[in-house]
Design a protein around this ligand. Structure first.
Ligand code: ADP
Ligand code: ADP
Ligand code: ZN
Ligand code: ZN
Length: 929
């Protein structure tokens, strides 16, 4: 609920006169210890306010308080264009970019959960012998003494250590001489003692049989403890930590007892490693599996490549390399031997029995060993490389840890087994974990750290991720929520957190928990600032800043500032109107019905998918829905996209992605329109991506000034030397690496950010130079170039997808994922034909306000009218309700998902009781009627 601000000056961050990017000299405040949402149509200035003003100023002040080294750059770090900022706290920004660079980072390591689990195993882990399954323990001197003292009073005992078996006279003489020098004078064999001060007495000793040095002779009673301890210590010292104690009168006990100070299995003699944190780390050479160096996989023969189709028989060429003429004789050889071993040649490979399989396998491996020996030939190397893939490391089974680390257990599980758990399973395990009182005592703190961290991961909706999941494979939304969970774990107070659409990638069902966790960040004493469009998130904010009214030049003003209650009442805010129902995204009056044309994907089984057969109608708009982790990306990116590509190219699809069945007349292209950047350098930008810059450069080259100076179209390129500034190579900025801090972008000192040499900048086209033109927004450019159809034809598509506010030259590196995706969409709209193309989108509403969604939906309709199929992964219910067809996956995430829960029109989905999406869609459909 909204809280009244008593005294804004002290309780808020107050910014006056903000003019960053499109911000129109605005004043605003952000209450401390509160949750503030900045919203507004895309391009209205939300990021400019949250990240480029508030966060940037927070970071600048932080650098100011740092070392002289950092401060020397301060002057060149762009100061946000503001008059004044009061009450700015050290700022932490959590954005959606997945910045993981190390291939070893996992969910467990990046959240510090692994660090605490390692600590737990080091302190409380129990080593179990890998051969006989008995716990491995070290016998300390005290433990041995305790055991002996527990024997009946009066029992006579010998404290001994063994001597090695001796074969020759001279060996015996050497050994005895040595023992004598060390002060030992008596031996024991078969209960008889021999003093070797009298050589003749040794005649009866058989040095081929177990023989012991007698260190002490005692009778058990309370008095002897100290003497016993001294004797045991002598044995440990003289004999590598081993002592033997014999009860002199076997009637009193079983005779011979061995104790061992070494960490090894008493029965099997296998040595084990002491549990210590580094043993459990695959990032440490000590703990990492030596075979794969802690990566969990090795480059090896990949049987899936050798036998790509297990439905084929041997005669049909199941073993792919043997279907090549050069190596066909190996198949013939196998055939001859197969007769004898009765391996059928005409039975699908997958139906062979284990004996037959191992027989064939043996031959395949022998064949590859033979080739390995011929590797000096280039064609053999090329041939081999075709059958090589990453395979799970045979040594560690993918756990990345050496055997000794995997021999240590907590309540029956080793650390590798725990790493394979999802965060939900791990949370349950550590909740119920059974520990001995001693273990509990030493592990209590560590255990509670583990539990809270796992709880945070569950609370941010990532319960389906396994701890060993590679960070590099996470989506932007998942990566952001991991950072959020980690921040909570670190319990920072008094900071300012700035987040970028944390609801992205989250099913409406999990939204409530995210809101709760952001609330907790606030309760810890932090200020939370979100850029958000999600209705639930906006409604849970303490304070709302609505920017607008339009985008770019038409935005940059504070349309509304205050509590939710006031927002709902105001008439000036577009956001308010959508929230109070005055405006809405309409339901299409008529839905397209699936026709005869369809695509069937059979046998999709990657990750958690349960061997799905999916029927996708062509020529309409289909949404793939389901809670996070249910398998939407896996189905659409990893399976469908791969399988359709293989189908269109006539190649074999990757194993697990499934097979496509359709009529080739219905489908001729597939395009994945994802959120990856449109370019990785500041030199890529909207106008170059739309291929409209060539025409712009021609216009400049054709001016009289350019021709007089001898400039060609190339002189106006910032991709090639000539006209561009060489100091920054046309970027306009240079990047400086900062110790301990994120890299800092500085404006190029040579060209002052103008990207070109001054001569080129003197060339004007209708009063603007090339730098000025790159600074135009798309909308401005449309009117500036209105007489040049070649330019406007392409740029107008950017306007159509709601990107009219972008500047032509805005660096690709500063575009959000959603913007990049919509630029790609625009470039497809500008194509001559999209007929029979399957377009795939992943959460295209990222960064979109309610008001932008209408534009996006209209763009989809245009694609479909042009003969395309549109398939969308989406959580946004305004888009879902507008779909012609829905494929709902679930019911849950991870192992609990991977099935089709419901399929049909939105109206039909709402009626399926098992569909979680249906439950949330219902009120939205009802409201929009
Ligand atoms: P929102 O976050 O609301 O979508 P932005 O703050 O990203 O909006 O953008 C507001 C305006 O500022 C837009 O016109 C955009 O083109 C412009 N803009 C954003 N980033 C930059 C930048 N790095 N340089 C120049 N203009 C920018
Ligand atoms: P959604 O897109 O519905 O959120 P995903 O397809 O991303 O779901 O995930 C489905 C399941 O597959 C989850 O259990 C997820 O952890 C797992 N998964 C997804 N990508 C990978 C990957 N690259 N490696 C291993 N497991 C993965
Ligand atoms: Zn390994
Ligand atoms: Zn420069």
């Amino acid at each position: 609920m909204a809280r009244a601000l008593k005294s804004p000056e002290q309780q808020s961050i107050v910014v006056r006169g903000a003019r960053v990017h499109n911000l129109k000299n605005i004043d605003f405040e952000i209450p401390h210890n509160a949750l503030t949402v900045v919203t507004g149509v895309s391009g209205s200035g939300k990021s400019s306010l949250a990240f480029d003003t508030v966060y940037a100023e927070g970071q600048r002040r932080y650098i100011e308080s740092l070392s002289a080294y950092a401060r020397q750059f301060l002057e060149r770090i762009e100061k946000p264009d503001i008059d004044e900022a009061i009450g700015i706290a050290p700022a932490i920004s959590i954005r959606q970019r997945n910045t993981t660079r190390t291939p070893r980072s996992t969910v467990g390591t990046s959240t510090e959960v692994n660090d605490y689990i390692r600590l737990l195993f080091a302190r409380a882990g129990v080593t179990i012998c890998r051969d006989c399954s008995t716990p491995v323990e070290r016998d300390t001197v005290d433990q041995v003494a305790d055991t002996v003292m527990s024997w009946p009073d009066g029992a006579r005992i010998y404290v001994l250590f063994p001597i090695p078996r001796l074969e020759t006279e001279s060996e015996v003489a050497d050994c005895l001489g040595n023992l004598k020098r060390r002060g030992f004078g008596k031996l024991l064999q078969d209960g008889n003692t021999y003093a070797y001060s009298r050589p003749d007495s040794l005649i009866d000793v058989d040095f081929n049989r177990p023989t012991y040095v007698l260190v002490d002779r005692l009778r058990v009673d309370a008095e002897i403890r100290q003497r016993l301890i001294d004797s045991i210590e002598i044995c440990f010292h003289e004999n590598e930590g081993e002592v033997v104690i014999q009860i002199a009168d076997p009637a009193e006990g079983e005779g011979l007892y061995r104790f061992n100070e070494r960490f090894e299995c008493k029965k099997c003699g296998i040595r084990y490693e002491d549990p210590e944190p580094r043993l459990f780390s695959f990032n440490n050479p000590y703990g990492a599996c030596a075979r794969c160096q802690g990566f969990g996989n090795t480059i090896d023969l990949d049987m899936n490549l050798v036998i790509p189709d297990r439905g084929k028989s041997l005669a049909q060429g199941a073993v792919e390399p043997w279907s090549k003429p050069r190596y066909r004789r190996y198949l013939n050889e196998l055939k001859k031997k197969s007769d004898a071993r009765s391996v059928p040649l005409d039975v699908p490979y997958r139906n062979l029995n284990p004996d037959q399989l191992s027989f064939v396998d043996e031959h395949i491996r022998a064949f590859f060993r033979y080739l390995e020996a011929k590797k000096y030939k280039l064609h053999v190397r090329v041939f081999l490389s075709r059958y090589r893939g990453y395979t799970v490391c045979p040594e560690c089974g993918g756990s990345r840890l050496r055997q000794e680390a995997r021999d240590i257990f907590i309540d029956g599980k080793n650390i590798a087994e725990i790493s394979r758990m999802s965060t939900a399973e791990a949370a349950q395990f550590f909740e119920d974990v059974k520990l001995t009182p001693l273990q509990s005592e030493i592990a209590a703190r560590v255990l509670s750290e583990i539990r809270t961290r796992l709880k945070f991961l569950n609370d941010v909706g990532l319960q389906y991720l396994t701890l060993d999941r590679l960070s590099s494979t996470l989506s932007g939304g998942e990566a952001q929520r991991i950072q959020l969970a980690t921040s909570l774990g670190s319990s920072l107070v008094g900071a300012l957190y700035v987040l970028d659409e944390p609801s992205i990638g989250l099913h409406p069902r999990d939204g409530a928990r995210l809101i709760e966790i952001l609330g907790r960040l606030r309760q810890l004493g932090n200020t939370v600032l979100l850029v958000e469009h999600d209705a639930e998130m906006i409604c849970s904010a303490d304070w709302i800043l609505d920017l607008g009214p339009g985008a770019g030049e038409h935005g940059g003003q504070v349309v509304f500032e205050g509590s939710l209650e006031d927002l709902l009442r105001t008439t000036s805010s577009l956001t308010g109107k959508y929230l109070n129902g005055e405006l809405k995204v309409p339901i299409p009056r008529q839905r397209r019905k699936p026709g005869k044309q369809r695509l069937i994907l059979r046998g999709a089984s990657k990750h958690n998918l349960r061997n799905l057969d999916i029927d996708i109608p062509l020529g309409i708009m289909t949404c793939v829905t389901g809670v996070s982790g249910s398998g939407k990306s896996t189905l659409v990116h990893n399976c469908l996209y791969e399988a359709v590509r293989a189908y269109l190219q006539g190649t074999e699809p990757e194993s697990g992605s499934g097979q496509v069945e359709t009529n080739p007349k219905w489908l001729n292209d597939v395009v994945l329109v994802d959120q990856s950047p449109i370019g990785r350098t500041p030199r890529s930008n909207p106008v170059t991506y739309m291929k409209a810059f060539d025409q712009v450069r021609d216009l400049f080259a054709s001016t009289r000034e350019a021709q007089a100076a001898g400039y060609s179209a190339g002189s106006f390129s910032f991709n090639i030397p000539g006209g561009r500034c060489e100091t920054c190579q046309g970027d306009g900025t240079v990047t400086v690496e900062m110790q301990f801090l994120a890299d800092v972008e500085l404006i190029c000192e040579e060209c002052k950010g103008m990207r070109y040499k001054s001569g080129v900048l003197n060339v004007l086209y209708r009063g603007k130079n090339i730098y000025n033109v790159l600074g135009l927004t798309v909308r401005e450019a449309l009117s500036f170039f209105s007489s040049v159809g070649r330019v406007t034809k392409k740029l107008t598509m950017l306007e159509e997808v709601g990107l009219g506010y972008l500047r032509l030259g805005q660096a690709a590196t500063t575009l959000s994922g959603g913007e990049a995706q919509r630029i790609k969409l625009a470039s497809y709209l500008a194509r001559e034909t999209s007929n029979k193309t399957l377009f795939i989108f992943d959460e295209p509403t990222t960064g979109l306000h309610f008001d932008d969604i209408n534009k996006l939906l209209a763009a989809f309709q245009r694609l479909i009218r042009a003969g395309a199929t549109v398939l969308i992964i989406e959580h946004n219910l305004d888009v879902v309700k507008s779909a012609d067809w829905i494929i709902d996956l679930g019911p849950e995430g991870g192992d609990g998902g991977g099935r089709v829960v419901a399929i049909g029109t939105p109206e039909e989905i709402v009626r399926k009781r098992r569909s979680i999406t249906g439950r949330y869609l219902k009120p939205v459909l009802a409201r929009s009627e």
